[in-house]
Design a protein around this ligand. Structure first.
Ligand SMILES: Cc1ncc(COP(=O)(O)O)c(C=O)c1O
Length: 469
């Protein structure tokens, strides 16, 4: 058996997502060993509260024995069959269970291997649909700045975070980005109604600019998750859906993060935001991260239209070896069963507002510039100098908060200077108190470290003034 030190060394052969290739070889990531409930334990036995639930995904919490048993049983019964020519009980049953939970007439399920492949496949389906109904020019995708939709070539293009695009190629003619509906940037003098008009106007203007006959789909996260938990103004999604309908465009709601309980419902589009989109993408909470899986759900309306327009045959030549993988589907069925049996969606409707309330108490820390969120999704944004927009400084504060929180027993996954909290849905009020308290201490310790480094630098400068001074 390798020691923890040896494993950390070997880990340098594993190119992680968003790895800095120049620094490859010198990484010393925390080696996690096991998990239980809302906690994970590192190789030295330290207990850490998993505030991001991995990557917004371990919704039912870590170490569920009945999940292990469901997966084991399915492997022993049947590991895999080709989804092209055959099917399995778990895949068929899981599709029906998802359709039961989905809003409106989104009753057809296309299984994929994760969130990126769900979004990618859904967008290919949109193009397929428009080709079949004789609208081959309707291909353009409108998405949001600060949105994240995954890491395939197409999803990377659709994502709206500029800094993620450096040194990579994008299919720039296909996608147009509009401003994210971020209430933080609402001018003080502007009313809420005018701000909503402005946000919706951004979509209308972009459609006018690109040409309605060229626009196929609007892609939006119900709450922009990794863009920093941006909760749009009330009515935003409903108004955008109306704009899409007016312009013969589809609405793709990317619920990779928000589905399966994070906002207190199985799907957030209808129950939280009052819309029935044409397509929903999901992953993460779909299996609570126990086995990789994603899916897109599409409305009967679109399927029926394709059936009507497709003539004798309309093959959607898109899919994966692991589409509807029976082991992943078995995990998904068990995951949903646990969520329903333990009434986790109801629990989130209770603990979510409590977590938001407790997070707001962090506003008194001088470097906290915003606290926002909904349900079990929250973000604390920190700035050393308010409004400075200094990226290096933002990275530094995020790194220090991360370090101190981890020493205190809390995993934070700072997205630059934004601490995002999305714990397992099972988190209790006492654990929320503990999480917020550790986050407070972590931010204060990071601030103290920066202040003492600044004081030391000033002292050196005072003793050894530069020649120019
Ligand atoms: C909203 C959203 N869509 C898509 C994805 C991509 O999912 P995956 O990483 O499973 O491919 C993510 C991942 O974080 C996401 O947050």
């Amino acid at each position: 058996m390798s020691t923890a030190a040896e494993l950390k060394q070997s880990d340098n052969l594993f190119i992680h997502p968003w790895d800095d290739i120049v620094k490859l070889g010198g990484n010393q990531r925390t080696l996690l060993d096991h998990g239980e409930g809302v906690y994970v334990y590192d190789s030295e036995g330290n207990r850490l509260l998993d505030a991001p639930a991995g990557m917004w995904c371990v919704n039912i919490g870590h170490g569920r024995e009945e999940m292990a048993k469901a997966v084991y049983d399915q492997i022993m019964a049947l590991t895999y069959v080709s989804p092209w020519s055959m099917t399995t009980g778990p895949a068929a049953e899981f599709a029906a269970l998802i359709a039961e939970q989905s809003p409106g007439d989104l009753n057809h399920v296309f299984f994929t291997t994760g969130g990126s492949t769900a979004v990618d496949s859904a967008l290919r389906f949109v193009h397929f649909y428009n080709n079949l109904r004789g609208k081959p020019n309707k291909k353009k995708i409108i998405a949001q700045k600060r949105g994240y939709h995954g890491s395939t070539y197409l999803c990377g293009t659709v994502s709206g975070k500029e800094r993620d695009k450096s040194n990579l190629e994008m299919e720039s003619h296909l996608v147009h980005h509009i401003e994210a509906p971020h209430p933080l940037y609402k001018p003080e003098a502007m009313s809420d109604a005018d701000f909503l008009d402005q946000c919706v106007g951004n979509l209308e203007n972009m459609i006018a600019q690109v040409g309605p006959d060229n626009c196929a789909v609007f892609v939006a996260e119900p709450i922009l998750a990794s863009g920093g938990v941006i909760v749009p103004p009330e009515g935003y999604h409903q108004r955008c859906l109306e704009v899409c309908r007016k312009n013969d465009m589809l609405y793709l709601s990317d619920e990779v993060v928000t589905a399966f309980g994070r906002l207190g419902h199985c799907f957030a589009s209808e129950d939280v935001f009052g819309i029935v989109p044409d397509i929903i993408t999901t992953a993460k909470g779909l299996t609570s991260g126990y086995i990789p899986m994603g899916a897109f759900l599409v409305s009967d309306r679109l399927v029926d239209e394709i059936k009507a327009k497709g003539g004798d045959s309309a093959v959607f030549s898109n899919g994966f070896t692991y589409s509807g993988h029976p082991v992943a589907a078995a995990a998904g069925i068990k995951n949903l069963e646990i969520m329903q049996r333990e009434k986790l969606f109801e629990q989130v409707r209770n603990t979510g507002p409590y977590m938001q309330q407790q997070m707001q108490t962090l506003r008194d820390i001088p470097i906290v510039s915003d606290v926002r969120g909904q349900g079990l999704m929250a973000c604390v944004e920190c700035e050393l100098k308010q409004g400075s927009n200094d990226l290096a400084m933002d990275y530094e504060i995020g790194k220090l908060i991360d370090k101190h929180c981890q020493q205190l027993g809390l995993i934070v996954r700072p997205i630059i200077n934004m601490c995002v909290m999305s714990p397992p849905l099972t988190i209790t009020r006492a654990q929320i108190d503990d999480m917020v308290s550790m986050l407070r201490q972590g931010i204060l310790l990071a601030l103290a470290e920066i202040e003492s480094a600044e004081a030391a630098a000033a002292e050196v400068g005072h003793k050894h003034p530069s020649p120019a001074a």
